[in-house]
Every structure is written in C-alpha cells, then in structure tokens.
Design a protein around this ligand. Structure first.
Ligand code: ADP
Ligand code: MG
Length: 391
C-alpha cells in the first residue's frame, strides 16, 4: 500500500480526473480518530472521549446512470465495478465490502442509490492501526452518497447507517464511537459522547502547551478480534450476575464503583476485574472531561496513565509492544500521560506531551522501541480536526 502525505486532496482529485476523465461532482472527506480516554466502554453503554485526527479519507465521486458502482482505491491501486443490485461479499478485496455495506444499508433503509456512481477513494489514515480508517471510509462514502443522490440525510443518521454497515455487512461488531467521531467531531475539541443516550458535548481541547502524540506499534493485531469478542461476552456475563442482585442493572453503565464493591464476592474471576475496568473507566472519562474544562492537563495525563494500568491489569488487553511504548514515554520528562488506545493487542498508544519535549520523546521512541521489540514505530502528532465535510 502506498501513502503520500504531501497533498492528499489534490492527489485524489487528480486521480479521479485520470481514471474517470472528468471532474468529480462531489468531493468529501472524513477523519480517523484517536480515543483520548474511555476504552472498551462504548459497547457497554458508557462514556468515551475521542477526537478526530488530522488524517482523512477522501472520496471524489460523480453519478452514473447504468446502475453500476465503479470504484478505484488509490491506496490499494485497484478498480472494481459491480451492480448496485449485486451486493455480495468480496472475499478477495476486503476494502470493497465497506462500500458495499454502506450501499446495502442505504438500500435497506429506503434511501435510493439505484443509478450508481464513479468513486475514487484514498487517504492517509493508517490502515488497521486502531485509528479507525474503517469508520473514516464508511463516513466519507455515506456522506458522498448523501450528496450525490440528494438524500437529505442528517449526519447523525449517516453515523448510524455507517455503523450498521460495519456491524451487519462487514461483520465487525464495533460500537458507535468511531463513526460518531468521524461524523460529528469539531476542530480544536474533543468529543464527549454518552454511548447510552448518544448525547454529546464538544469539549475545548487546548493544545497550546501540550501535543497529542500517537505512536503506532506496528504490531499486527493478531489476537484483537477474538479477545474483543471474549471481553464483550465477559461484560455481558457480569451484567447478568449483577442483575440478579440489582434488577435495575441492564448494562455496566448502570453500575457504580460502590455497587461493584458491594457485589464483588458474587463475581467470579475474571468477570469482576473486567467489570472493574469498565466501571472505573467511565468515572475516569467524567473526571477527564472536568480536567479539560478547567485546563488541568496534568490531571488529564494522570487519568490517561490510570486508564492504561486498568486496561493492562484488569481488562488485560495490552501487550509487550504497547507496554514498551508506554514505559518509554513515561520515562521522558514532559510526558503527562501515556496509554494504549483502541481495542488493544497492537495498534497505537496516545500520549499527552509538553510541546518542548516532543523532539526528545520521538527520539527515545525511535531509539528504544525497535531494540525492545524488533518493530519499527511510527509517530503522528495530531491536531483535533472537524468531522466529515465537503472539500
Ligand atoms: P482500523 O479501523 O483500525 O483502521 P479496521 O480493520 O477496522 O482497522 O479497518 C481497516 C480496513 O478498512 C482496511 O483493511 C480496508 O479494508 C478498509 N480501509 C481503510 N482505509 C481504506 C482506504 N483508504 N482505502 C480502502 N480501504 C480502506
Ligand atoms: Mg475499524
């Protein structure tokens, strides 16, 4: 796969002109995201606090009239054509299924895409790294169809359709956080989302003094899928047990730390510690939102550190590579917080780093991490940017 950060926007526009011999009618983009705090809480109806990162997927498109979709992937250098009525799973080119999934979901919900379109898709969100290139892809495609076919769908509904596409068509049981952030994030803000009510608040994120620095472990996420399913099941098991003693409990969101302590004996290992992570992580998100509101970045960093410890020891979704990145980071002065972000077992860490410490931070990671793991890391310093938009 190729990547070229110099000017994605014009590269994608030019690619469309080359492939389809004409200007696109619609040109949109949607960002990837990094979760600052609130991990493995979204599918437990809890709180999350992500921000959109300054890496995006661009989709240039124009309508057709023959009922076919013709899609070119700039990243994979592949062109695919299929009828909008022929939405079978593509077993060879996984990326096509995200587009087909969005189409299938639109059709199911009665939104007309019947005449087809030409699409060029590409961008610089790292793939399969926990920064949600999949949601960026779904949101940019959904937004394109909305514009192209004049469907008048609100962004919050597009978020819902994009998640359905990933859950039901692609078959990944992700929560709502990724699509929500890619759709509704705001520049210079984090997005505080209640995954139960779907109420959200844009929290100003002052990155004058500190940077959000993302380290990609480049560890393949081998164990991630099966562990993700297992953790979801363990949380459900916890809810089932707690519900016997506290009938109002329907999800872990309904459980406070004190409740959990009171029922601790009833929860076998590891169900108790899994619930312990989720319940305490929800509280850390609330505390984190407060810390940002009062500008207490040291406190926010401390909460990030606590989140990592909880993910590592209670939820057990870290790995030696992520721990290595976190330990190296914490030994650099000026690092206020470091934690794994995303599902775990690989992917990225997110770090809150004082600006003047960023160069030494990078140097330490590039020096030490390969020696400890045999892997080459990547580092992205990111602003908080806006969600899906017309370019
Ligand atoms: P993540 O969302 O953490 O990046 P996922 O496994 O959920 O990882 O989604 C990655 C998949 O999404 C890729 O394997 C590919 O199929 C698809 N995808 C993401 N970005 C692009 C892109 N720019 N072009 C085509 N497909 C993409
Ligand atoms: Mg994904």
């Amino acid at each position: 796969m190729k990547e070229n950060r110099s000017d994605m926007k014009s590269i994608l526009r030019n690619t469309f002109c080359d492939i389809f011999e004409g200007q696109p009618c619609v040109f949109v983009s949607a960002p990837g995201r990094v979760n600052l705090i609130g991990e493995h809480t979204d599918y437990n109806d809890g709180f999350v606090l992500p921000m959109a990162i300054d890496r995006r997927i661009y989709v240039a498109s124009s309508p057709r009239t023959d009922g076919n979709m013709c899609i070119y992937s700039w990243n994979y250098e592949q062109k695919v054509e299929f009828s909008v009525k022929e939405l079978s799973i593509d077993t060879e080119r996984r990326w096509v299924n995200y587009v087909k999934g969005v189409l299938a979901t639109f059709t199911e919900e009665g939104f007309e895409t019947g005449l087809g379109a030409n699409l060029v898709i590409g961008g610089d969100v790292p793939l399969e790294s926990g920064l949600s290139s999949s949601a960026a892809l779904e949101m940019s495609v959904a937004f394109s169809f909305n514009q192209l076919f004049n469907l008048g769908i609100q962004v919050d509904k597009l978020v819902d359709l994009a998640q359905k596409a990933e859950n039901d068509f692609v078959g990944v049981p992700c929560g709502i956080m990724d699509q929500f952030t890619s759709g509704l994030a705001k520049k210079n803000h984090a997005l505080f989302l209640d995954c139960q009510s779907l109420q959200y608040e844009h929290i100003p994120l002052d990155l004058d003094r500190c940077n959000i620095v993302i380290c990609n472990s480049n560890k393949p996420r081998g164990l991630a899928n099966s562990a993700y399913h297992q953790r979801r099941a363990e949380c459900q098991e916890g809810v089932k047990i707690l519900n016997k003693y506290m009938p109002d409990v329907e999800t872990l969101r309904d459980v406070g730390i004190k409740d959990l302590m009171r029922q601790w004996e009833k929860l076998p290992h590891p169900i108790g510690v899994r619930c312990g992570h989720v319940v305490s992580e929800n509280q850390r998100v609330l505390n984190g939102v407060h810390a940002l509101k009062v500008g207490d970045m040291n406190k926010f960093g401390q909460l990030m550190n606590e989140s990592h410890e909880s993910l590592n020891h209670l939820y057990e979704v870290s790995c030696s590579e992520l721990d290595s990145l976190v330990t190296i980071a914490r030994n650099v002065s000026g690092v206020l917080g470091a934690r794994l972000t995303g599902a775990g077992f690989g992917g990225c860490t997110v770090n809150l780093v004082e600006k003047e410490s960023v160069p030494i931070f990078k140097q330490k990671i590039f020096d030490i991490y390969p020696k400890e793991t045999g892997l080459q890391p990547e580092i992205y310093v990111s602003q908080a940017v806006e969600g899906v938009k017309i370019e």
